[in-house]
Every structure is written in C-alpha cells, then in structure tokens.
Design a protein. Structure first.
Length: 110
C-alpha cells in the first residue's frame, strides 16, 4: 500500500493537538481526521477513533504492521513540519485560512 497524498487540514499553534490530516492510499482510499499530537516524548500521530460504551477510545482504522505505522508516522510528521515551517515563514499573518502549497487549511493562531 502506497501513501499517495497527505493533506494538512488544520494546524493549531496553541493546543496539544497540532494538526488534523487526511491521508490518501493508492489514489483510491482516504482516511480523514488523523491527528498530530504533541506528547511528552514528542510528536506522534493518532488514528481516527470513537468512544466505546465503557468510555475508552478505540481506533476506527489503524496500520496492522509496525513497519507501516512507522512509515505512515514519518510521512505525516514530515508533511506537518513542512507545512508548519511554510506557515511560520509567512508570519505575521492572522487570517483564519491560509494556503500552503496550494492546499487550503485553517490555522488556529494564539
């Protein structure tokens, strides 16, 4: 399975949730609402999830193999870092919507 597209939908500069991302696989299947989270050990991705009746969260979709999880994480975090760098290079802009590399995304600014 090949990652054929990563779109950063939202970047947040204030909260621990740093971005919301959509990922396309094989130009045929898309997963929305993947989150980039700032944890105590650095950035990581969280797959879309739902709350169970017990109050826990369970991933709706997720990689089966650790190798693919690492590849996916690396690709998403690289795209996030690139989009963030492009945004910060264009500071000071305080509009709600920015265009980064031809993609329209919402930026939450402090």
């Amino acid at each position: 399975m090949e990652i054929t597209g990563i779109i950063i939908r939202r970047i947040s500069l204030e909260s621990k949730m740093k971005a919301i991302v959509s990922i396309t696989f094989d130009n045929a299947f898309v997963v929305h609402d993947v989150k980039v989270i700032e944890g105590s050990n650095g950035l990581f991705i969280a797959m879309p999830s739902r709350r169970t009746q017990e109050g826990d969260f369970k991933d709706i979709v997720h990689p089966i193999h650790s190798e693919f999880r690492e590849e996916l994480s690396r690709a998403v975090l690289e795209k996030y870092q690139s989009a963030l760098a492009e945004y910060l290079a264009n500071e000071p802009h305080h509009e709600e919507t920015k265009s980064l590399s031809g993609q329209s995304i919402v930026i939450d600014t402090p």
